[in-house]
Design a protein around this ligand. Structure first.
Ligand code: NAG
Length: 281
């Protein structure tokens, strides 16, 4: 009986996932392919072990999210890349648990989602599964979560079970038609003082996968009102990493800002699909 139910729910899930992937038409496939090249490079993604993998001979437009603490001033103009697409479908923990999430199962997963092994989608899935097994850098904890429940488990592990938390996100009040634009800081940036923080970034995958991480080193969190030259209005969340000494020298931000590990704070805006968890004190 239990196996029948299990089997039935698996078929249901398969249909659901296939609907999400194929039913939406080519959009979600194309989206994954696009994301593959434009995922924000996180500190542990650029760790020495994989630094070659991330060597870029030209600047990826998606790395145009970085700025310095000095740039964060009323009236300043900063080029920012905000991708304007919807994230992949979110599964519940029960649904997500029915699909293996591991690099060892890649062949099975490609078959499950009907992606050819040489497709851009296969490459994106492979990258995501690889990112998820890379060890965190010193002072960092991380996990990949395949549901909101799992991100909350990680937040509880980080903040303590008793600590209540809230989620902060970048909000697009007026969407521009472009991903990359020059944005003016419209009001005095508001610092949100927090004792701890977990940021969960969305990785390219057929369903929503969160790369959640937390760093012990000092960070400053800001809420910034931005107005784009093309008419976009954004209430953006931004973070300044005050200590970058443990980051790889190949980190994209150092190329954008022409600096090096530990030399100066590195700030970046969070895309709208990033969940920033902070404790309520
Ligand atoms: C932003 O402004 C700079 C300097 O005026 C300009 O060169 C650049 O093309 C602009 N970028 C966009 C995306 O409009």
């Amino acid at each position: 009986m239990a196996t029948t139910i299990q089997f039935a729910s698996k078929i249901f899930l398969l249909l659901l996932v296939l609907y999400a992937c194929n039913g939406n038409g080519r959009a979600s496939r194309e989206m994954m392919a696009e994301e593959n090249g434009s995922v924000l490079k996180l500190p542990s993604m650029d760790h020495k072990e994989i630094s070659n993998h991330h060597m870029m001979d030209h600047l990826d437009p998606s790395s145009l999210v970085f700025f310095t603490l000095n740039d964060l001033k009323l009236g300043n103009k900063i080029p920012v890349y905000f991708p304007m697409k919807n994230p992949a479908p979110l599964l519940s923990q029960n649904e997500a648990n029915l699909i293996p999430f591991s690099y060892n199962n890649l062949d099975y997963l490609l078959n499950f989602f009907s992606f050819s092994p040489v497709s851009p989608q296969a490459k994106a899935m492979k990258n995501t599964l690889q990112q998820c097994v890379i060890k965190p850098i010193k002072g960092e904890t991380k996990t990949c979560a395949t549901s909101l429940e799992s991100t909350h488990d990680f937040v509880h592990d980080t903040f303590g079970l008793q600590t209540k938390f809230r989620v902060l996100q970048t909000k697009h009040i007026q969407k521009p038609g472009v991903n990359l634009d020059n944005y003016t800081i419209l009001s005095e940036p508001e610092e949100i003082r927090v004792t701890n923080m977990v940021a969960c970034h969305t990785l390219p995958y057929p369903y929503r996968v969160f790369y959640c991480h937390s760093q012990k080193s000092e960070n400053k969190l800001f809420k910034v009102s931005l107005g784009g030259d093309s008419g976009g209005r954004v209430e953006a969340m931004a973070i300044c990493h005050m200590d970058t000494s443990e980051w790889s020298k190949d980190h994209a931000s150092f190329r954008v800002l022409r600096t090096q590990p530990g030399a100066s704070p590195v700030c970046h805006f969070f895309r709208a699909d990033v969940l920033v968890y902070v404790p309520i004190v």
